[in-house]
Design a protein around this ligand. Sequence first.
Ligand SMILES: [Zn+2]
Ligand SMILES: [Zn+2]
Length: 269
Amino acid sequence: MFYICTTCGVQYDSSFQHPKKCVICNDERQYVNPNGQSWTTLEELKDSSYRNIFSQAEEGLYSIKTSPTFAIGQTAYLLQGTEVNILWDCISYLDEETIEYIKSLGGIHAIALSHPHYYSTQVEWAEAFNVPLYIHRDDKQWVMRDSEHIVFWEGSMLKISQDITLYRLGGHFKGGAVLHWGNEDGVLLTGDIVQVVADQHWASFMYSYPNLIPLPASKVSEMVEQLKPLHFDRLYNAFHRSVKEDANRAVQRSAERYIKALDGSLLNI
Ligand SMILES: [Zn+2]
Ligand SMILES: [Zn+2]
């Protein structure tokens, strides 16, 4: 059986009995469910009332989310590039209806992941579409189900096609990646490597979101410095929040505010 952790939604390598504990949830960036560790399987999920909901975020970009919410509840994105279609990040629930709908949108040619919290059933998706699965090598230790579909990329960037490039920013996870799409009028998909906050003109950067552990100022500076030369107007996180215009500038000023908050100069306390 390929067991899935019900708290983070990550699927493990085949075993007769479920794993003793979830490695992802026992890391301090996640948490073990206060009611205890529990497991399910994709087959069990298919026998429940789950389905995937598609919504168009903008032309060529669709979010895919499971309803009712399962595990962390993130959204994946289907991106229709000029040369290839990409699935950005992943969700645990996958059924025939989802596969058929994605095929009707032109299918996918590759899957790329921002970081381990969204690995979910990524291998099931890669097998269903027979496509490569791009994961940064720095996060290899967090892959809980091996597959020949996985391509571990290295370094600070990977150009997938003429208009789609992955950048390794690190921060939340060492191999934490974002996807840049387009040229002048570009889009940045960030998972939660760069997080859109409640005021959607701003972003934030954390080591742990559920446990509220910040990143050091030096790391945040390094991350946004890498983004500075890129052109992107809109930025989408993994929870249907987006910066709708002038997104690169919003990221830069958010980093300045964050660093001032850390050194105390922002706050009247
Ligand atoms: Zn877990
Ligand atoms: Zn995360």
